[in-house]
Design a protein around this ligand. Structure first.
Ligand code: ACO
Length: 196
């Protein structure tokens, strides 16, 4: 298949009513490769995980890239404030025992260590929860375009910061190229085992 040119691709906000299409995209091109989801058994994301991502759509802080009407990239972001470390710890406890609980347990540890609102003395941050690009159009800076759209939206909404927990080396490189400051690194060594 011929790769689309970057100019063929429109980036715009995800509207209310487009959650289903967004989730279809995330299930195809985000969840299967995002290292935390892929590295935590079982492979499929839990309903609570998907509900959490979609709960960000009404904030008007999620964006997608479309090529010929087809979603080829998406970013899910939402606001957080200085209570986020306590909130995340509570959410991790609430979902303990399942895949989402294990993911939240790790993300909660990251949140406590970074605590960006208190660290930078700001009331809020627009936090990027998920970023995915269809492999067919990777390497065309679509991830960067979506992160730029989130930053523009953060300015419009009065959030002084944009934060992101990069779980993949590609996303980490991408945001560092955009000038993001690294405030914490968590090294996780995993070994996936075959099903018994
Ligand atoms: N595997 C192999 N190569 C990759 C990948 C990948 N997953 N991602 C990017 N690359 C390559 C590109 O092909 C490109 O190579 P080139 O310079 O030789 O052309 C180079 O890395 C730079 O690509 P970018 O334009 O920076 O990356 P892009 O925006 O296309 O995609 C992204 C980056 C979104 C992280 C993508 O890898 C992806 O969707 N991964 C799956 C989901 C995921 O892990 N998301 C990030 C988790 S963190 C979070 O969501 C907050």
């Amino acid at each position: 298949m011929e790769n689309p040119k970057p100019d063929d691709i429109e980036v715009r906000q995800v509207c209310a009513g487009e959650s289903e299409e967004l989730m279809v995209f995330l299930l195809a091109h985000y969840y299967p490769e995002e290292p935390l989801t892929a590295g935590t058994s079982p492979p499929e994301p839990e309903a609570a995980d998907k509900e959490f991502l979609l709960s960000n759509v009404p904030f008007g802080t999620c964006f997608m890239a479309l090529q010929g009407g087809r979603i080829v990239a998406a970013v899910v972001a939402g606001p957080k404030d200085s209570h986020e470390p306590e909130h995340m710890a509570e959410e991790a406890r609430r979902h303990a025992g399942g895949k989402w609980g294990r993911i939240l347990h790790l993300l909660s540890a990251v949140e406590s260590a970074t605590d960006v609102c208190r660290r930078f003395g700001v009331p809020s941050s627009l936090h990027v929860h998920a970023l995915g690009v269809d492999p067919v159009v990777r390497g065309r800076s679509l991830g960067a375009r979506l992160m730029t759209a989130v930053a523009q939206r953060a300015r419009e909404l009065g959030h002084p910061l944009v934060s992101v927990d990069c779980t993949s080396v590609y996303s980490a490189r991408l945001v560092q190229r955009l000038g993001y400051q690294l405030v914490n690194t968590l090294r996780v060594i995993i070994r996936t085992l075959p099903e018994p």
